[in-house]
Design a protein around this ligand. Structure first.
Ligand code: HEM
Length: 324
């Protein structure tokens, strides 16, 4: 009898822990009672920022991904390094992130309305949606109720964020580890319809693919010529539009690029190497009527649930760049 009570308790605790990991405790309108204006205030900040600096849309969308893939969506990407530890922010994949000051601006505006209530992790999630909408992309209902973490470790960013050189099996595995599917992978990669990349993120494909001064055969040769005009071999600073001509518009043209072998990263081209991801790309590229926008909202909500802290876990940071 005692043993069975004990097993029930273990099952309950396990269910609770797994539930948390799957986003239990999040809901649309979490701040309805405690901070009803939060979404309006964040949107106002983003509308103002995007009116003068639309190129911040890319990095602000990417920030939510980089937050969620490391320790879950807990705002850990926003924390500054301290004397004792180097934070995620200073890990190589995050050195090209921008827009932290915009998150701070949105947080200050929200704090004025309802101090100490809304987490930085939720602000990052709302901002990702709001910038997408400004760039003519889809809208979705953002679940809120995340709490902020107290830890941020450089090494964890290095092992959890996929490199642009990742192949399809590494990508699928990394997505699976976060409870995301191959469909989520190919859908969320569609974010590369907006924004820019440093030449250094793909230069190996142009100049030294296998260490013999060669090019990546999976990249369109005419495109290689164009990219070489922009990126010299050791270029660390130049920015290239990832979806040339429409990098400030969120649309489905990423899929037409990938099918033409013009995906900028190996991780983009790699999506053609697996049947499910390839089928999705072909479908989006070929069909005028596309499910991409709807799919994107669904996958973003899923991503936003990764390993979240809810209830009384973590804290509500006062300032997003440091713990209370
Ligand atoms: C599939 C694995 C992924 C890899 C390997 C990857 C890698 C990269 C790299 C290397 C850059 C360029 C950074 C630079 O050099 O400045 C970039 C940019 C970007 N990524 Fe990804 N990414 C992936 C998935 C995602 C996802 C899931 C999202 C969003 C949900 C996303 C959103 C973006 C955006 C919006 C940009 C443009 C940033 C800007 O304009 O500064 N990426 N990504």
């Amino acid at each position: 009898m005692a043993t069975s009570k004990y097993s029930v308790l273990i099952l309950l605790v396990l269910g609770f822990v797994l539930g948390m990991a799957n986003g239990q405790g999040l809901k649309v309108g979490f701040y309805e009672e405690t901070c009803p204006s939060v979404e309006t205030v964040v949107k106002k900040t983003i509308d103002e920022v995007m009116a003068v600096a639309p190129s911040l849309g890319g990095p602000l969308l990417r920030m939510h991904f980089h937050d969620c893939f490391v320790r879950g969506c807990d705002g850990s990407v926003l924390l500054n390094s301290t004397q004792n530890s180097t934070a995620e922010k200073d890990a190589i994949p995050n050195l090209s992130l921008r827009g932290y000051q915009i998150i701070d601006r949105a947080k200050s505006a929200v704090e004025k309305e309802c101090p100490g209530v809304v987490s930085c992790a939720d602000i990052v999630a709302l901002v990702a949606r709001d910038v997408t909408v400004v760039l003519n992309g889809p809208s979705w209902e953002v679940e809120t109720g995340r709490r902020d973490g107290r830890e941020s470790i450089e090494f964890e960013a290095l092992i959890n964020l996929p490199a642009p050189s990742a192949n399809i099996s590494t990508l699928i595995q990394s997505w699976q580890q976060k409870g995301l599917s191959r469909k989520d992978l190919v859908v969320l990669s569609g974010s590369h319809t907006i924004g820019t990349s440093h030449c250094s993120s793909f230069n190996n494909r142009l100049y030294n693919f296998t260490g013999k001064g060669d090019t990546d055969p999976s990249l369109d040769s005419e495109y290689i010529v164009k990219l070489k005009q922009k990126c010299k071999p050791d270029d660390q600073t130049t920015l290239v539009e990832m979806d040339p001509g429409s990098f400030k518009t969120f649309d489905k043209s990423y899929y037409s690029l990938v099918i033409k072998r013009r995906g900028l990263f190996e991780s983009d081209s790699a999506l053609l190497n697996e049947s499910k991801t390839r089928t999705y790309i072909k479908h989006q590229a070929d069909h005028f009527k596309s499910s991409f926008f709807k799919d994107f909202g669904i996958s973003m909500v899923k991503m936003g649930r990764i390993e979240v802290l809810t209830g009384s876990a973590g804290e509500i940071r006062k300032v997003c760049s440091r713990i209370n």
